[in-house]
Design a binder for this molecule. Structure first.
Ligand code: URA
Length: 233
């Protein structure tokens, strides 16, 4: 891909460039991204992956693994500091995110900003991603096949960011990252780990739920404090 076009593309996706390595992906004349050598992607080790974060974002931008690619306007890959200590994982882009290409910019995003502020953090200090990178039509729940099709992107984002703490926001993030069917009520209030890399993980309510049930804010605050205490220790 032409470098200027690539930069424009990444900027439009809200992605910060931070690493410059030889590309192992190529984009075909339909705009789909393919590895030049499939083994390069499969052999990506922790913190030394053969593909860069940018290349992963480009792969997501061209993804057609599930039917959501037919209805999306923008792929919402994720945003923030790719070396952050904190990784916040939500469910899926909503209408605003699908329009802008950036995660958590609607009303739930404003509440997430307040949660970050309460922790003394800005959006730029953390990395924010979703289980699904494309909006389910009418904001319906993610389907099992969609989650399965998308989960390697989230897995590889975690691999790259290597956060010290993952906050799973809501049922879909919690169940997908922890590979469980337990409810938020059962999962919150204690430490878990994202097993592939043994990264500490705390489950809490999704900001969209807090907009409907403001009384749950107290529980979310206690989950955030639990996460912060565990980080400081
Ligand atoms: N809800 C989510 O889970 N993610 C977003 O990016 C926006 C709303």
């Amino acid at each position: 891909m032409n470098p200027a076009r690539r930069t424009h593309y990444l900027k439009a996706l809200g992605i910060t460039r931070w690493q410059n390595r030889t590309s192992v992906l190529e984009v075909d004349n339909k705009g789909a991204t393919h590895p030049k050598d499939a083994s390069a992607i499969e052999s990506s080790p922790i913190l030394g992956g053969s593909i860069t974060f940018d290349q992963l974002a480009l792969e997501a931008a061209a993804c057609t693994r599930c039917a959501l690619h037919k209805t999306r306007n923008r792929v919402v890959f994720g945003s923030g500091d790719v070396k952050a200590n904190w990784l916040f994982v939500g469910e899926a882009p909503g209408r605003e995110e699908d329009r802008s290409g950036e995660a958590f910019v609607g009303r739930a995003g404003q509440l997430l900003n307040s949660m970050l502020f309460a922790l003394g953090l800005d959006r730029e200090d953390v990395y924010i991603a979703n289980v699904l990178k494309c909006r389910p039509p009418d904001n319906r729940d993610p389907g099992g096949e969609e989650v399965a099709a998308c989960e390697s992107f989230l897995h590889r984002q975690v691999e790259w960011v290597q956060p010290l703490m993952i906050m799973a926001l809501g049922r879909f993030a919690a169940q997908s990252l922890l590979k469980t069917t337990e409810s938020i009520g059962q999962l919150r209030g204690r430490m878990h780990h994202y097993e592939p890399f043994r990264i500490p993980l705390i489950v809490t309510y999704h900001p969209a739920y807090l907009l409907r049930s403001p009384l749950a804010k107290r529980k979310v605050w206690s989950d955030l404090l639990l996460a912060r205490r565990s980080l400081i220790r």
